[in-house]
Ligand binder design. Structure first.
Ligand code: ASP
Ligand code: MG
Length: 481
């Protein structure tokens, strides 16, 4: 058991949770309960729903002088929420809105936009929402201090970022930082800050990539040395499959960081994979919670080793996958073929997901959601590769992954499972060396049937255990109310 030092807890809320009066009432109740329980809390939250999308388009609209209408919509949405919360929106947000207008007018005037300016404009979403959030909690008689995330999170150069990602997909570290700990420990009340953003050495705003509020919250949990991080959304956690396809999908009660990361990178979007990675080394637990049903059973991500049984825990899938199949006999005993072929993808700025190789064929999968893969881009890849091999581009495909622990040990039991693939064209099979997933790429058509079938075969349907909780169906009938 922990000593009687008050626990340090980071609570992260997403766009849907902070866009309505109902959401803010829930947050206010939670703050009351946590303060009564003697916890020190830091709230990290996103922009209002839809705002980051709007800000993402704004610079391009400004380039052609079409920015007035979206800017009006932006103020309107925030003033409306302000009014619902009993606040004077223009008084709370006037300065911030004037600044966004200035930045956007600048783009229109200069007819130029850089990634640096895009990041600056994107960062406004969380500035606006947290200003309202802090004002509301104050009006509800909580002791709250608004903190600028830029003064807590400094971006680091990892070598992973090139070009615009320095500004738009920045990274920080999550090591304990004494100055952050001292500052947050000294707060009289609750701290509240923006997700999604950080600053460079020079103090310029950067953003952490789409969905990056989870990541910001994880970095802050690490820097503060929090006892745990809670990520609140409208679902209580991760499931053994996408509940929209498989209503009998089971809630996953406990996952280690590696399994959770694997499930998020292969499909589920409940938490950003970078947030999980950020806390893996420190072992700070991540608890997923639902604002719709606060007492619901949920998912915990923590260090639990790999001592459990070898087991498939989830069937995830990703659509819109593009395969590039490269055939050549010349590859046999040839030195450097892969290096030359992969350089073509690198030069086009395309990230490769899965690779399968034999002596005469190499097939790679590309995630068209992660990189924009239009016809032009694919034609460039084809041109770059054709001197080296025969190229075939296959799409749209879907990657279906069986995720769990020690998958290799259960491959011999996969016989009946393999039968589920009958009638589906299998393009690529890959089994991660990490022993966490077994992935099959098939045509996208009919993938929903396949996922349901695999789930029926691999995930136990009855008895709750340490790993499998209630099903989505069961939770939805209990959870409403
Ligand atoms: N507001 C940002 C986005 O929509 C970050 C987040 O919500 O996680 O991507
Ligand atoms: Mg999110």
């Amino acid at each position: 058991m922990k000593s009687d030092v008050p626990p340090r807890v980071v609570l992260k809320f997403g766009g849907t949770s902070v866009s309505s009066r109902r959401g803010w009432d829930t947050i206010s109740d939670l703050v009351t309960a946590r303060v009564e329980a003697g916890q020190r809390i830091l709230i990290v939250h996103s922009a209002l729903a839809g705002v980051t999308d709007l800000l993402d388009r704004l610079p391009d609209e400004a380039l052609t002088g079409r920015h007035a209408a979206p800017l009006d919509r932006l103020s309107e949405q925030h003033f409306q929420l302000g009014a619902d919360l009993g606040l004077d929106g223009p008084a709370v947000l006037g300065d911030e809105i004037a600044e966004i207008r200035k930045a956007t007018d600048g783009v229109a005037l200069l007819e130029e936009v850089t990634p640096r300016i895009r990041a600056r404009i994107l960062a406004f979403g969380e500035r606006l929402s947290t200003r309202i959030g802090a004002a509301f909690l104050l009006s509800a008689h909580h002791r709250v201090e608004w903190l600028d995330a830029g003064s807590l999170l400094r971006a680091v150069q990892t070598g992973r970022q090139t070009g615009s990602s320095v500004w738009l997909s920045a990274e920080c570290d999550s090591d304990l930082e004494p100055s952050v700990r001292t500052r947050l420990d000294a707060l009289e009340g609750v701290g509240l800050t923006q997700g999604f953003t950080a600053r460079t050495e020079k103090g310029e705003p950067v953003v952490l990539g789409r969905g990056g509020s989870d990541t910001a919250a994880a970095y802050l949990a690490g820097k503060w040395g929090a006892d745990w991080l809670e990520i609140w959304s409208d679902v209580p956690g991760m499931f053994s499959a996408d509940p929209r396809l498989v209503p009998t999908a089971r809630l996953l009660r406990r996952l280690n960081y590696y399994e959770a990361q694997e499930i998020t990178t292969t499909g589920s979007q409940v938490v950003h994979p970078r947030a999980i990675r950020a806390l893996r080394d420190s072992g700070i637990p991540i608890e997923l919670k639902s604002t719709m049903d606060r007492g619901s059973p949920n998912t915990m991500i923590e260090s639990i080793g790999t001592t459990g049984p070898a087991q498939v825990k989830a069937i995830s899938w990703k659509g819109k996958i593009v395969l590039v199949s490269m055939d050549t006999l010349g590859m046999w005993q040839e030195v450097g073929f892969l290096a030359r072929a992969f350089a073509v993808f690198k030069d086009e700025g395309i990230s490769i997901d899965l690779v399968s190789t034999s002596e005469s064929n190499v097939t790679v999968s590309l995630d068209s959601k992660a990189t924009l893969l239009d016809e032009e881009k694919l034609a460039a890849v084809r041109d770059g590769l054709s001197p080296l091999c025969r190229v075939q581009i296959i799409q749209p495909c879907a990657a279906v992954s069986l995720v769990g622990s020690r998958i290799r040990e259960i491959l011999h039991r996969m016989g009946p499972v393999m039968a589920a693939f009958e009638g589906h064209r299998i393009h690529l099979v890959s089994q991660a060396a990490s022993d966490l997933n077994f992935t099959v790429v098939v045509d996208e058509e009919g993938v929903d049937r396949l996922v349901r079938r695999l789930h029926d075969l691999l995930i136990p349907q009855s008895t709750e255990s340490d790993v499998f909780g209630p099903s989505w169906e069961e939770l939805s009938t209990v959870g409403t109310g």
